[in-house]
Write a protein that binds this ligand. Structure first.
Ligand code: UDP
Length: 490
């Protein structure tokens, strides 16, 4: 009978860790619900993200990879640059996404060979071509952007009211019509709201159209985290929005957690041994995600702040291909590692973030507010020091600091515009970083309450993904919705 037929989803991730990693998680969840999943990937990504899912035989799940060649040279990218974090600078994002667009034809050829066609395409709104592909084959397309409902609502009210266009760069203004009084400066808004370029504007207009034509949106969040915003967003999307997160919780034990994402630069045994030797809740973990190219000078401020805070710390050192040597040189010349070796652990390259965050020794997380990292912090139940860099990270900061009240801002104002030459405005001083770290780690009443709230959210997060929890039910609802589409012959 019809309802027993296995559904087939085609998943097209953005080739950037912050998107690729949670997309793989979605695939895993779908497969656990007996949906067959095909993930579009490229040779370097398939190798790099040594996830358990890249060995489907081991996982036993109905997941397959469609590995397609990725042309780098043709688009002016360095050889092997198949993931955005490998690009020499973020100004290359444009070339990178153009290169990824060249996968369109091959994906369409693949779909041609299938009978029946896939029942659903999951892809980022930022990639326009899967929208065309979906249209061409009349397959419902579901967007996954890796954002939360709060951010979606911020974007929504800005597009709707264009209130940002009435203010200057550094002027702060209130986002209209949201449940909380959210105030930002124009320069803190994502690139799309700030660019004067016609090309960029046109591109974003197209994105909005494609977004409105999509069947629905998957959200890596859980309803209880942002009730009001989830309700509002749900309304806008006429119920075709599914909060199915936190996705990182589909990894249970350490052996699974280390396999999520890149191969880490430190052995998890060494890392856990170091953490085991620290007191409960005493360590601050500082990591600024996978693609932000933080100025080496700013990393020096961070290093000095970690040192002067006198707390044990883990610092994930990375400034991007061009700049990492500069910060390395500073560490070397200053003897920083030696000087702080009693209480500091430096991880160069990729940290096993889920393993670190879920260790009881961690007491605070200094984050750039990438949504994956932020939500992983929520899952771990630790308060955060927020140091957003660009794009919707400033929205995420507001959610953490103001709405959830589990974070302390370092007060960053500057913006490094995505896709433009790296330019930075107001810089953060080590003093400001140190203060925020101290406030988050303090033992006083406020600190205790912040920690308590963080713990409560973590409990809710875990409940959400369990059978019967809100996210679990939403995942089932998504699959049922697609199954109904199939039945209706759409
Ligand atoms: N991550 C990690 N180790 C690192 C850096 C990042 O495991 O050293 C993971 C992190 O856990 C998260 C993802 O990479 O899942 C980064 O995504 P996020 O949205 O936080 O930021 P982005 O890198 O996209 O700016």
């Amino acid at each position: 009978p019809h309802h027993d037929t296995q559904l087939h989803f085609l998943v097209i991730p953005l080739m950037s860790p912050g998107h690729y990693i949670p997309t793989i998680d979605i695939a895993k969840l779908l497969a656990q619900h007996n949906v067959r999943v095909t993930i579009v990937t490229t040779p370097v990504n398939a190798l790099r993200f040594g996830s358990i899912l890249h060995q489907p035989i081991k996982s036993g799940l109905p997941i397959h990879f469609l590995e397609l060649p990725f042309q780098t040279e043709k688009f002016g990218l360095p050889e092997g640059c198949e993931s955005l974090d490998d690009a020499p600078n973020l100004g290359m994002a444009k070339e990178f996404f153009i290169a990824q667009s060249s996968l369109q034809q091959q994906v369409e050829q693949y779909i041609e060979t299938l009978n029946p066609k896939p029942n659903c395409i999951i892809s980022a709104s930022f990639l326009l071509w899967p929208a065309e592909t979906a249209k061409m084959f009349q397959i419902p397309r579901v967007i996954f952007d890796g954002m939360n409902c709060f951010t979606q609502m911020c974007n929504h009210v800005l597009h709707l009211t264009k209130v940002h266009e009435t203010v200057s760069e550094s002027e702060s203004f209130v986002l209209p019509g949201l449940p909380d009084r959210i105030e930002l400066t124009r320069s803190q808004l994502p690139f799309a709201f700030n660019s004067g370029s016609k090309d960029v504007k046109d591109f974003h207009e197209k994105l909005l159209v494609a977004e409105s034509e999509a069947y629905g949106v998957i959200i890596n969040s859980f309803h209880e985290l942002e009730n009001q915003y989830a309700d509002e967003f749900q309304k806008i999307k006429e119920d075709k929005a599914w909060c199915v997160g936190p996705l990182s919780l589909c990894y249970k034990d350490v052996s699974e957690k280390v396999q999520r994402g890149n191969k880490s630069s430190i052995s998890e045994i060494e890392c856990i041994k170091w953490l085991d030797s620290q007191e409960t809740g005493s360590v601050i973990y500082a990591c600024l995600g996978s693609i932000s190219r933080v100025d080496p000078d700013q990393l020096v401020e961070l290093a000095l702040a970690l040192e002067s805070s006198r707390k044990p710390f883990i610092w994930v050192v990375r400034a991007g291909p061009n700049n990492t040597p500069k910060i390395e040189k500073w560490i070397e010349e200053e003897g920083f590692e030696e000087r702080t070796k009693e209480r500091g652990l430096l991880i160069r390259g990729w940290a096993p973030q889920l393993v670190v965050l879920s260790h009881v020794a961690i007491g605070g997380f200094l984050t750039h507010c990438g949504w994956n990292s932020t939500l992983e912090g929520v899952c771990a139940g630790v308060p955060m020091v927020t140091w957003p860099q660009f794009q919707e990270q400033f929205f995420n900061e507001k959610l953490v600091v103001q709405v959830l009240r589990i974070g302390v801002s370092v007060g960053a104002q500057n913006v490094v515009h995505w896709g433009e030459e790296e330019k930075s405005g107001v810089q953060v001083k080590s003093e400001e970083l140190r203060k925020a770290i101290e406030i988050v780690m303090e033992e006083g009443k406020e600190g205790e309450e912040r920690r308590k709230r963080a713990k409560e959210l973590s409990v809710m997060a875990h409940k959400g993904i369990e059978e019967g929890g809100s996210s679990y039910r939403n995942m089932t609802r998504l699959i049922d919705d697609i199954r109904n589409q199939v039945r209706l012959g759409n």
